[in-house]
Design a protein around this ligand. Structure first.
Ligand SMILES: Cc1cc2nc3c(=O)[nH]c(=O)nc-3n(C[C@H](O)[C@H](O)[C@H](O)COP(=O)(O)O)c2cc1C
Length: 299
Protein backbone atom coordinates (compact mmCIF):
# COMPACT_ATOMS: atom_id res chain seq x y z
CA UNK A 1 0.00 0.00 0.00
CA UNK A 2 1.41 3.38 -0.97
CA UNK A 3 1.55 6.25 1.51
CA UNK A 4 -1.37 8.56 0.71
CA UNK A 5 -0.92 12.37 0.69
CA UNK A 6 -3.36 14.08 3.09
CA UNK A 7 -5.05 17.44 2.54
CA UNK A 8 -1.96 19.42 3.50
CA UNK A 9 0.15 17.47 1.01
CA UNK A 10 1.98 15.46 3.66
CA UNK A 11 2.37 11.76 3.08
CA UNK A 12 0.16 10.00 5.63
CA UNK A 13 2.45 7.93 7.83
CA UNK A 14 0.65 5.29 9.80
CA UNK A 15 1.69 2.42 12.01
CA UNK A 16 -0.54 -0.42 13.10
CA UNK A 17 0.13 -2.74 15.99
CA UNK A 18 -0.77 -6.40 16.35
CA UNK A 19 -1.91 -6.24 19.97
CA UNK A 20 -1.63 -10.01 20.37
CA UNK A 21 2.08 -9.84 19.59
CA UNK A 22 3.22 -6.46 21.02
CA UNK A 23 5.23 -6.88 24.25
CA UNK A 24 5.35 -3.11 25.01
CA UNK A 25 9.18 -3.23 24.87
CA UNK A 26 9.35 0.31 23.44
CA UNK A 27 12.24 -0.46 21.04
CA UNK A 28 10.30 1.12 18.15
CA UNK A 29 9.86 4.29 20.23
CA UNK A 30 13.51 4.48 21.34
CA UNK A 31 14.85 3.96 17.84
CA UNK A 32 12.61 6.50 16.11
CA UNK A 33 14.90 9.25 14.80
CA UNK A 34 12.08 11.77 14.62
CA UNK A 35 10.48 10.93 17.96
CA UNK A 36 7.10 10.49 16.31
CA UNK A 37 6.00 7.29 18.07
CA UNK A 38 4.87 7.12 21.71
CA UNK A 39 2.88 4.79 23.93
CA UNK A 40 -0.89 5.33 23.95
CA UNK A 41 -3.10 5.02 27.04
CA UNK A 42 -3.01 1.24 26.78
CA UNK A 43 0.78 1.19 26.40
CA UNK A 44 0.79 0.33 22.70
CA UNK A 45 2.99 2.33 20.30
CA UNK A 46 1.11 4.93 18.26
CA UNK A 47 2.10 7.56 15.69
CA UNK A 48 1.94 10.94 17.42
CA UNK A 49 3.28 13.21 14.67
CA UNK A 50 3.23 11.88 11.14
CA UNK A 51 4.63 15.13 9.75
CA UNK A 52 8.01 14.40 11.38
CA UNK A 53 8.21 10.78 10.20
CA UNK A 54 10.87 10.25 7.48
CA UNK A 55 9.68 6.73 6.56
CA UNK A 56 12.99 5.09 7.55
CA UNK A 57 10.93 2.11 8.76
CA UNK A 58 13.28 1.45 11.68
CA UNK A 59 10.11 0.77 13.74
CA UNK A 60 9.18 -2.05 11.35
CA UNK A 61 12.75 -3.39 11.21
CA UNK A 62 13.51 -3.38 14.94
CA UNK A 63 10.37 -5.00 16.44
CA UNK A 64 11.58 -8.28 17.99
CA UNK A 65 8.19 -9.97 17.61
CA UNK A 66 7.03 -8.54 14.26
CA UNK A 67 4.08 -6.70 15.78
CA UNK A 68 4.39 -3.41 13.90
CA UNK A 69 3.31 -2.61 10.33
CA UNK A 70 4.30 0.67 8.70
CA UNK A 71 1.91 2.19 6.16
CA UNK A 72 0.38 -1.21 5.52
CA UNK A 73 3.78 -2.87 5.05
CA UNK A 74 3.58 -5.99 7.17
CA UNK A 75 6.62 -7.48 8.95
CA UNK A 76 6.02 -10.90 7.39
CA UNK A 77 6.66 -9.34 3.97
CA UNK A 78 10.16 -8.19 4.99
CA UNK A 79 13.23 -10.32 4.37
CA UNK A 80 15.29 -11.84 7.15
CA UNK A 81 18.66 -10.30 7.94
CA UNK A 82 21.58 -12.28 6.47
CA UNK A 83 24.87 -10.40 6.83
CA UNK A 84 27.01 -12.86 4.85
CA UNK A 85 25.28 -12.27 1.55
CA UNK A 86 26.15 -8.89 -0.02
CA UNK A 87 22.63 -8.29 -1.38
CA UNK A 88 21.01 -9.15 1.91
CA UNK A 89 23.61 -7.05 3.74
CA UNK A 90 22.70 -4.02 1.64
CA UNK A 91 19.00 -4.56 2.30
CA UNK A 92 19.53 -5.13 6.03
CA UNK A 93 22.01 -2.33 6.70
CA UNK A 94 20.48 0.31 8.95
CA UNK A 95 21.80 3.58 10.33
CA UNK A 96 22.74 2.81 13.91
CA UNK A 97 22.12 5.61 16.40
CA UNK A 98 22.42 3.63 19.64
CA UNK A 99 25.85 2.28 20.56
CA UNK A 100 27.27 0.21 23.39
CA UNK A 101 29.59 2.11 25.69
CA UNK A 102 32.62 0.21 24.39
CA UNK A 103 35.09 0.18 21.50
CA UNK A 104 35.23 -2.34 18.65
CA UNK A 105 37.98 -4.99 18.81
CA UNK A 106 41.47 -4.21 17.50
CA UNK A 107 41.03 -7.02 15.00
CA UNK A 108 37.92 -5.46 13.47
CA UNK A 109 39.55 -2.02 13.47
CA UNK A 110 42.62 -3.38 11.62
CA UNK A 111 40.47 -5.20 9.04
CA UNK A 112 38.50 -2.04 8.33
CA UNK A 113 41.64 0.11 8.02
CA UNK A 114 43.28 -2.40 5.67
CA UNK A 115 40.15 -2.51 3.47
CA UNK A 116 40.39 1.25 2.90
CA UNK A 117 43.59 0.78 0.87
CA UNK A 118 41.62 -1.04 -1.80
CA UNK A 119 38.80 1.42 -2.49
CA UNK A 120 38.68 2.87 -6.02
CA UNK A 121 39.55 6.53 -6.66
CA UNK A 122 39.11 8.59 -9.86
CA UNK A 123 42.21 8.30 -12.13
CA UNK A 124 43.56 6.07 -9.36
CA UNK A 125 44.70 9.24 -7.57
CA UNK A 126 44.84 7.24 -4.31
CA UNK A 127 45.11 10.54 -2.49
CA UNK A 128 42.46 10.18 0.20
CA UNK A 129 43.12 10.97 3.83
CA UNK A 130 41.29 9.18 6.61
CA UNK A 131 41.04 10.31 10.21
CA UNK A 132 39.81 7.52 12.45
CA UNK A 133 38.99 8.18 16.07
CA UNK A 134 40.03 4.86 17.58
CA UNK A 135 39.76 5.59 21.30
CA UNK A 136 36.40 6.42 22.85
CA UNK A 137 38.13 8.86 25.21
CA UNK A 138 39.32 10.85 22.17
CA UNK A 139 35.82 10.73 20.70
CA UNK A 140 34.44 12.07 23.99
CA UNK A 141 36.79 15.07 23.80
CA UNK A 142 35.65 15.85 20.24
CA UNK A 143 32.02 15.33 21.21
CA UNK A 144 32.33 17.74 24.13
CA UNK A 145 34.18 20.37 22.09
CA UNK A 146 31.72 20.27 19.18
CA UNK A 147 28.74 20.46 21.52
CA UNK A 148 30.28 23.48 23.31
CA UNK A 149 30.93 25.21 19.99
CA UNK A 150 27.40 24.47 18.82
CA UNK A 151 25.77 25.79 21.98
CA UNK A 152 27.82 28.99 21.59
CA UNK A 153 26.89 29.29 17.90
CA UNK A 154 23.18 28.79 18.61
CA UNK A 155 23.11 32.12 20.41
CA UNK A 156 24.06 34.02 17.21
CA UNK A 157 20.98 35.86 15.90
CA UNK A 158 22.11 35.62 12.26
CA UNK A 159 21.58 31.86 12.16
CA UNK A 160 18.27 31.79 14.04
CA UNK A 161 16.15 30.89 10.92
CA UNK A 162 18.33 27.82 10.41
CA UNK A 163 18.25 26.96 14.11
CA UNK A 164 14.45 27.28 14.23
CA UNK A 165 14.20 24.76 11.40
CA UNK A 166 16.03 22.23 13.55
CA UNK A 167 14.47 23.32 16.86
CA UNK A 168 13.96 19.73 18.03
CA UNK A 169 17.70 19.12 17.71
CA UNK A 170 18.47 22.43 19.40
CA UNK A 171 16.35 21.53 22.43
CA UNK A 172 17.94 18.08 22.64
CA UNK A 173 21.44 19.58 22.35
CA UNK A 174 20.72 22.07 25.13
CA UNK A 175 19.46 19.11 27.20
CA UNK A 176 22.92 17.56 26.87
CA UNK A 177 21.93 14.93 24.28
CA UNK A 178 24.61 13.96 21.77
CA UNK A 179 22.50 14.69 18.71
CA UNK A 180 25.52 14.97 16.43
CA UNK A 181 27.62 11.91 17.28
CA UNK A 182 24.86 9.72 18.76
CA UNK A 183 27.12 8.42 21.53
CA UNK A 184 29.27 6.56 18.98
CA UNK A 185 32.68 5.45 20.29
CA UNK A 186 34.37 5.91 16.89
CA UNK A 187 34.24 8.11 13.83
CA UNK A 188 35.93 8.09 10.44
CA UNK A 189 36.37 11.24 8.37
CA UNK A 190 37.29 10.88 4.70
CA UNK A 191 39.03 13.90 3.18
CA UNK A 192 40.50 14.57 -0.23
CA UNK A 193 42.91 17.17 -1.61
CA UNK A 194 41.11 19.82 -3.66
CA UNK A 195 43.37 18.89 -6.57
CA UNK A 196 42.13 15.27 -6.78
CA UNK A 197 40.27 14.62 -10.06
CA UNK A 198 37.21 13.21 -8.26
CA UNK A 199 37.63 15.01 -4.92
CA UNK A 200 33.91 15.12 -4.10
CA UNK A 201 33.14 11.51 -4.95
CA UNK A 202 36.16 9.44 -3.82
CA UNK A 203 35.58 9.91 -0.07
CA UNK A 204 31.90 8.97 -0.41
CA UNK A 205 32.80 5.77 -2.27
CA UNK A 206 35.36 4.90 0.42
CA UNK A 207 32.84 5.42 3.22
CA UNK A 208 30.20 3.40 1.37
CA UNK A 209 32.61 0.46 1.22
CA UNK A 210 33.53 1.08 4.85
CA UNK A 211 29.89 0.99 5.93
CA UNK A 212 29.16 -2.35 4.28
CA UNK A 213 32.36 -3.98 5.54
CA UNK A 214 31.73 -2.65 9.05
CA UNK A 215 28.15 -3.91 9.13
CA UNK A 216 29.34 -7.25 7.74
CA UNK A 217 31.58 -7.47 10.84
CA UNK A 218 28.64 -6.63 13.12
CA UNK A 219 29.82 -3.03 13.59
CA UNK A 220 27.08 -0.37 13.48
CA UNK A 221 27.52 2.74 11.33
CA UNK A 222 25.75 6.02 10.66
CA UNK A 223 26.46 8.64 8.01
CA UNK A 224 26.87 11.90 9.85
CA UNK A 225 25.79 14.91 7.81
CA UNK A 226 25.60 17.04 10.94
CA UNK A 227 29.21 16.09 11.73
CA UNK A 228 30.29 17.12 8.26
CA UNK A 229 28.67 20.54 8.71
CA UNK A 230 30.39 20.94 12.09
CA UNK A 231 33.78 20.16 10.55
CA UNK A 232 33.15 22.81 7.89
CA UNK A 233 32.24 25.48 10.46
CA UNK A 234 34.73 24.61 13.20
CA UNK A 235 38.24 24.35 11.68
CA UNK A 236 39.70 23.59 15.11
CA UNK A 237 37.96 20.20 14.94
CA UNK A 238 39.71 19.51 11.60
CA UNK A 239 42.99 20.21 13.40
CA UNK A 240 42.05 17.86 16.25
CA UNK A 241 41.38 15.20 13.60
CA UNK A 242 44.78 15.87 11.96
CA UNK A 243 43.26 16.57 8.56
CA UNK A 244 46.16 17.85 6.43
CA UNK A 245 45.98 21.43 5.23
CA UNK A 246 44.68 21.64 1.66
CA UNK A 247 42.39 18.64 2.28
CA UNK A 248 38.64 19.03 2.43
CA UNK A 249 36.76 16.86 4.94
CA UNK A 250 34.10 15.48 2.62
CA UNK A 251 32.13 13.13 4.83
CA UNK A 252 31.88 11.69 8.29
CA UNK A 253 30.73 8.26 9.46
CA UNK A 254 30.08 7.16 13.03
CA UNK A 255 30.71 3.57 14.01
CA UNK A 256 30.86 1.23 16.97
CA UNK A 257 29.30 -1.82 18.59
CA UNK A 258 25.53 -1.48 18.07
CA UNK A 259 23.20 -1.48 21.06
CA UNK A 260 20.25 -2.31 18.81
CA UNK A 261 19.45 -5.23 16.54
CA UNK A 262 17.31 -5.02 13.41
CA UNK A 263 15.29 -8.19 12.84
CA UNK A 264 14.10 -7.74 9.28
CA UNK A 265 14.55 -5.58 6.19
CA UNK A 266 12.54 -2.46 5.51
CA UNK A 267 10.19 -2.34 2.48
CA UNK A 268 11.17 0.79 0.52
CA UNK A 269 9.11 2.13 -2.35
CA UNK A 270 10.77 0.91 -5.56
CA UNK A 271 12.68 3.47 -7.60
CA UNK A 272 11.52 4.21 -11.10
CA UNK A 273 14.18 2.67 -13.31
CA UNK A 274 14.39 3.57 -16.99
CA UNK A 275 14.95 0.17 -18.54
CA UNK A 276 16.63 1.07 -21.84
CA UNK A 277 16.35 -1.69 -24.37
CA UNK A 278 16.16 0.33 -27.55
CA UNK A 279 16.96 3.96 -28.31
CA UNK A 280 14.30 6.44 -29.40
CA UNK A 281 16.17 9.54 -30.57
CA UNK A 282 14.35 12.77 -29.80
CA UNK A 283 14.84 16.14 -31.40
CA UNK A 284 14.83 18.26 -28.22
CA UNK A 285 14.17 21.96 -28.56
CA UNK A 286 16.85 24.54 -27.73
CA UNK A 287 15.21 25.44 -24.39
CA UNK A 288 14.92 21.80 -23.33
CA UNK A 289 18.61 21.28 -24.06
CA UNK A 290 19.55 24.48 -22.24
CA UNK A 291 17.46 23.44 -19.21
CA UNK A 292 19.17 20.06 -19.14
CA UNK A 293 22.63 21.64 -19.37
CA UNK A 294 21.84 23.97 -16.49
CA UNK A 295 20.55 21.03 -14.41
CA UNK A 296 23.63 18.96 -15.24
CA UNK A 297 26.08 21.67 -14.27
CA UNK A 298 24.23 22.95 -11.22
CA UNK A 299 24.29 19.50 -9.70
C1 LIG B 1 24.51 11.60 3.32
C2 LIG B 1 23.82 11.16 4.59
C3 LIG B 1 23.88 11.97 5.73
C4 LIG B 1 23.26 11.56 6.91
N1 LIG B 1 23.39 12.31 8.04
C5 LIG B 1 22.84 11.88 9.20
C6 LIG B 1 23.04 12.60 10.42
O1 LIG B 1 23.69 13.65 10.48
N2 LIG B 1 22.48 12.11 11.56
C7 LIG B 1 21.75 10.95 11.56
O2 LIG B 1 21.28 10.53 12.61
N3 LIG B 1 21.55 10.22 10.42
C8 LIG B 1 22.09 10.67 9.26
N4 LIG B 1 21.92 9.93 8.10
C9 LIG B 1 21.14 8.69 8.12
C10 LIG B 1 19.81 8.83 7.36
O3 LIG B 1 18.90 9.55 8.17
C11 LIG B 1 19.34 7.40 7.06
O4 LIG B 1 20.20 6.85 6.09
C12 LIG B 1 17.90 7.35 6.55
O5 LIG B 1 17.02 7.79 7.56
C13 LIG B 1 17.52 5.92 6.16
O6 LIG B 1 17.70 5.03 7.27
P1 LIG B 1 18.67 3.76 7.12
O7 LIG B 1 20.06 4.25 6.79
O8 LIG B 1 18.61 3.05 8.44
O9 LIG B 1 18.12 2.93 5.99
C14 LIG B 1 22.54 10.34 6.93
C15 LIG B 1 22.50 9.53 5.78
C16 LIG B 1 23.13 9.94 4.63
C17 LIG B 1 23.09 9.01 3.43
Amino acid sequence: MLEQPNKKGFQMKTISIDKEKCTHCGLCINDCLSGCIAFDNENYPQMIDETRCISCQHCLAICPVGALSFCGKKPENSEEVEYNDIFSLIKSRRSVRQYKNEEISNEKMSKLKDMLNYVPTGCNSHSLHFSIVEEKSAMDIIRKRVNELLVKTLSYKAISPLVNKFSRYKDALLNGEDVIFRGAPHMIVASSPLSAPCAAVDPVIALSYFELCAQNLGVGTCWCGFGEVCLKFFPEICDMLEIPSGYKPVYVMLFGPPAVKYRRTIQPEPYKIAEIKEIHEKDSCFFCKAKRLITNFLR
